[in-house]
Design a protein around this ligand. Structure first.
Ligand SMILES: Cc1ncc(COP(=O)(O)O)c(C=O)c1O
Length: 418
């Protein structure tokens, strides 16, 4: 019997060639974009499975189409596993991705025009946390907090003062480019003072919460936690909305029929698989190692006088001020590192004087490299390569480092591409 890939190779040479090119790129380079990972072979199997054929509008036991015996089974498994992993009362697993997941929360629990207190985009917030260019930024009244310029940390005095003045209906923490841990208790106390709902967008570090390596906002009484499933959690692209029971009905109605139609049952099957993996000792070890690797990389960079925003990291990521460190903007730094097959992403830094496509920094993270089995020694080596490439980007140097990177990658196969 022919495999799915053999059909593709025979019938669409162009797409097949692109797939092979991307496979080679993923195998022979080091992925340091903090929002990326290598998923499990079982997840790839589910994503490419016949569950993609099925329409399942509604929820288990309450569908708008027939033939739901097995889709009900997998969605129930995914929901139960999500509740077990994150220790929460309710889980919705249907959001098509992280942005839709956050939109569903705002639209389900608030009214257009309501005030949400969230981090400014250039200080670490996500587009869906009220950036003026996003639909959410136009629909809701986002008031923004920023980090303290003296140390780059969250400034709770400022947040409390803004909350007392603006009386938000929701207080939001959890970020896209903030390299530090979060004091959930302080957020909860401020939200309680003004009667606001508490939400954490744990998209980046959801896997580290699942693996017990970082604090869980539910332990501090948070109302809602969202997380993408494709970053540190190592699953398929998707989003989880986790919440207290009292919000369950509103959240479910908001996802379907409020925001979406048919859920992607192939992705939900893959989420179920991911959440079983997240309960293993192996995953807990992985989560711990992600943090060790991140700290090791950050320390090794700082030992070479590289300037990191906030002066380090508590989580899986770090942000380099490339202007201060190398006199290069983030786009140029990203392009130089692409030449040695170390993939990073350009990143705006707090109060960046430069525009988003030519910002002052790059963002690095350890989840994908850790998935390949890389540890402290490889992180120190990575810091050497990054600093040498950015300080001395001559063709000869870049060619040599590119070869060394490819050699290292041979010893750390990508799961599913061995
Ligand atoms: C904090 C945060 N929330 C939400 C999202 C949105 O996820 P998606 O790109 O899947 O829509 C991201 C993506 O990077 C993120 O970092």
């Amino acid at each position: 019997m022919k495999s799915n890939l053999e059909y593709l190779q025979e019938n669409d040479a162009a797409v097949y060639a692109a797939l092979k090119g991307e496979e080679n790129r993923q195998k022979s380079g080091i992925e340091l974009i903090p929002s990326e990972n290598y998923t499990y072979p079982e997840v790839l199997a589910m994503l490419g499975s016949i569950f993609t054929n099925k329409y399942s509008e509604g929820y288990p036991g309450r569908r708008y189409y027939g033939g739901q015996e097995f889709t009900d089974q997998i969605e129930t498994l995914a929901r139960d596993r999500a509740k077990a992993v994150f220790g929460c009362e309710h889980a919705n697993v249907q959001a098509l991705s992280g942005s839709a997941m956050n939109q569903a929360v705002y639209l389900g629990l608030l009214k257009p025009g309501d005030t949400i207190l969230a981090m400014d985009l250039s200080h670490g917030g996500h587009l869906t946390h009220g950036a003026p260019v996003s639909h959410m930024g136009q629909l809701f009244n986002f008031v923004r907090y920023v980090t303290d310029p003296s140390d780059g940390a969250i400034d709770f005095d400022q947040i409390r003062a803004t909350a007392l003045k603006t009386k938000p209906k929701m207080v939001l923490c959890g970020y896209t480019s903030y390299p530090r841990d979060i004091d959930y208790q302080k957020f909860k106390d401020i939200a309680d003072e003004v009667g606001a709902i508490t939400m954490t967008d744990a998209s980046h570090f959801g896997g580290l919460v699942a693996g017990g390596a970082m604090n869980n906002p539910f332990d501090y009484g948070f109302d809602v936690v969202t997380t993408t499933t494709h970053k540190s959690l190592r699953g398929p692209r998707g989003g989880l909305i986790l919440c207290k029971k009292e919000f369950a009905r509103k959240i479910d109605k908001s996802v379907f029929p409020g925001l979406q139609g048919g859920p992607h049952m192939n992705a939900i099957a893959a989420i179920a698989v991911t959440l079983l993996k997240a309960q293993t000792d192996e995953f807990r070890e992985y989560a711990k190692q992600v943090l060790v690797n991140s700290k090791t990389l950050a320390d090794a960079l700082m030992a070479k006088q590289v300037s990191l925003i906030t002066g380090g990291t508590d989580n899986h990521m770090m942000v380099i001020d490339t202007v201060a460190s190398f006199d290069l903007d983030g786009r140029v730094a990203e392009e130089i590192l692409d030449k040695v097959a170390i993939t990073t992403n350009k990143q705006i830094i707090p109060d960046d004087p430069k525009p988003p496509l030519r910002p002052s920094g790059i963002r690095l993270g350890s989840p994908a490299a850790t998935t390949r089995g890389m540890k402290e020694a490889e992180m120190v080596q990575m810091a050497d390569w990054i600093v040498e490439s950015l300080r001395n980007p001559e063709q000869g140097v870049l060619d040599r480092i590119n070869t060394e990177v490819a050699e290292l990658c041979l010893s750390f196969p990508v799961p599913g591409l061995e």
